[in-house]
Every structure is written in C-alpha cells, then in structure tokens.
Design a protein around this ligand. Sequence first.
Ligand SMILES: Nc1ncnc2c1ncn2[C@@H]1O[C@H](COP(=O)(O)OP(=O)(O)O)[C@@H](O)[C@H]1O
Ligand code: SF4
Ligand SMILES: [Mg+2]
Length: 366
Amino acid sequence: MTLEVGRPLQGAPLGHERASLLDVKDLSVEFRLRKKVVHAVNGFSCSVSPGETLAILGESGSGKSVTAHAIMGTLNTTTAKVTGGEVWFEGRDLLRLPDRERRRVRGRKIAIIFQDSLSALNPLFTVANQIGEMFRFHDGMNKRAAERAAVDLMGRVGIPDARRRAGAYPHEFSGGMRQRIMIAMALALDPALLIADEPTTALDVTVQAQIMELLKDLQREMGMGLVLITHDLGVVADMADRIVVMYAGKAVEVSPVHDLYSSPGHPYTAGLLQSIPRLDSAEDELRPIGGAPPDMTRLATGCSFQPRCRWAQNICKGEPPPLRTVADGRRSACHFAEAVLHGDEAVLHGDQAVLVGDEASGDEHA
Ligand SMILES: Nc1ncnc2c1ncn2[C@@H]1O[C@H](COP(=O)(O)OP(=O)(O)O)[C@@H](O)[C@H]1O
Ligand code: SF4
Ligand SMILES: [Mg+2]
C-alpha cells in the first residue's frame, strides 16, 4: 500500500522535465584515518537542470564541501575514499573517467568557488596573470591575449578600474573584490555548471548581498546551472529554484524553495526554519535545534536525525527512511513526512506500527 501523494518526476515543476545537467546518485565518501573512519557523505543524491539554481543547505559538518570535492574530483585521495555512487554530468559518470579527462571537465565544464578566496589565490602572481592562466591553460591563448581577456572579465564581475588594477596582487584587494576575482576565474571558460561553496561566508553582510546579486546576474546571463552550498537559510530564499537539505551526509528533503518555506516536509527542515528569528514576530531569540549534531564517526542506526527529532517513534530506529516523493516536486526522507508537511501532530502522541508511505517505493534520487 502506498499513501504517497503527488505525481512522479515528470510532473515536478522547475525544470525537471528537462534532462539533468548533473545527477549525483547515492554518493558516499569516507575519510579513513588512523584510529577512526569519518562517514562524511552517506548516500547523497541530487540533480541539477541546465540553468537551474540548486541550493544545498546543511549545518556545518553535514558533508557539503566533501560532496562538492567529490563532484569536482578534488578530494585528497590519501585519506578520502569515494565508497559508492555515481556522478553523471553531460552523459558521463565522472567517477569513472580517467584522470586526464576528469581534469578537462574540471575548469572547462564545471567550476567551483570557495569561501576562502585568499588561500585559493596565489599571492605571488598578479590577478590578471591568474585569471589569464585559465585562458592560457585551457584555450591555448598567448600571454597578451589572455591578459586582455582577463581584464574584460574583471570588468564583467564588477571590479572597478579593471585595466589599472590588473597588475595588482591578491592581498591588495578587499575580501569582496577577491571573491569577484575567484568568480572571474571560475567563469573564464563559460562553464555549464558552477558550484559555489559558501561563497560569501567570510564577507560582511553588505558585501555578501552584492556577491549574491552578481552570481545571480551572471548565472542568468550565462544560462549555467548553479549549485549554491550554504548553511544559511536566509541566503537561499532569493537565489535558489530548489533546495536540498542535507543532514549527516544525506539529502533529507528536496523541495522547490517556496514550498519548503511555507511547509517543511522533514522535521530537521522544520527545526531549521524555526531557528531563524522572524522579523514579524515579537520573539527575536534564535531557537536552535536541540541535541548535538551527529557524530560522523558513529552514526545512529535508523534515521540519523532520530536522536534530535521531536517526531521520532520506535520505527525510526529501524531501517533508515528512504528519500521518497511526498508531494508534487517534493521528496523527504522521513517516515512521517506527510504528517510533518501538513502539521498533523497527532502522530506525536502514539507510536506508529505502520509506515506512512511505502518503503518499497522509496526513490533515493533527488
Ligand atoms: N580532511 C578531512 N579529514 C577527516 N575528516 C574530514 C576531512 N574533511 C572533512 N571531514 C569531515 O567530514 C565531515 C563533512 O565535512 P564537510 O563536508 O567539510 O562539512 P560542511 O562543508 O557541510 O561543513 C565532517 O564531519 C568533517 O569533520
Ligand atoms: S524518520 Fe523519524 S526520526 Fe527521522 S526525521 Fe522522521 S520522524 Fe524524525
Ligand atoms: Mg563546508
């Protein structure tokens, strides 16, 4: 029996009728350290359509950056091992590509920007030289042509007086301007997909808004897919088409942004939303979710959110709930997703012997 509501994938809004640009399926990554194993990513799935902005939202330590590195192929393989999954991009599984081809995809087709622009830039080279390097390395341009292209790009990402500043070094720029330089480098080759891993976390609030605005404009102008990784629910509201909420290395909810704000479909998302102080409420206290974040070396059996979940029942200690369709365009990995979606708290007052939804119909793919 299935109590699932909503239509399957082809009915999903926001670009899902189009073929995916990126399809991450059941990705798992471990760090094998001397005395312990960190289960950083545990069967994460998501998809991004061309031109779509997908936000990946999760607390610090939930596996967002490790996922981004696994997609890019930039994990440090001395300790990190991809233990399962597939990363499909333009019809090829990147995890199974030879290193040389993988490097070609990286930079040219998929680009990434990180939070820490200072350590990502080389202090010894001018910014135009570093942006120009992208054109020299991938497009075989000569030095002069590459620097000219770099200056153009600096102008496009809003660096004032680009021609004059082209000869300056990274430390001569503010944090916000450095992040613009990183964006210029990422966009140099017109990638089909940009991954932005907490791109504004290190910046002050006004500059954050400017950089987000720039990313949004460039994404529209260039028609690329954008994966915006953040721990800040406030950041994604204006930017993203859909959100993937990540907990303990897994996608626990996938939803169009608007629906998620109005009715979360997973207790963790509900907790995140409640922890944001609302401008229209007299209450300005932040209400963090109770309990400690998961220990990624010893994940709870069953649902990994269970130790912190106010909806938890005995069943939540059994088989982990699969990510399944719970409404039109929406998926959740919670046994009681439908009740959570509709705010039906009756479930809280008695243990449930029967699952809401059908385990067998679980569709792990976001
Ligand atoms: N190089 C590493 N060695 C060991 N553990 C790591 C390493 N990098 C990340 N981790 C662990 O993997 C988990 C996920 O980390 P990360 O993806 O950086 O989280 P997020 O980006 O969501 O804050 C965390 O528990 C973190 O401690
Ligand atoms: S499956 Fe159970 S423990 Fe997990 S989020 Fe749902 S109600 Fe909470
Ligand atoms: Mg991170």
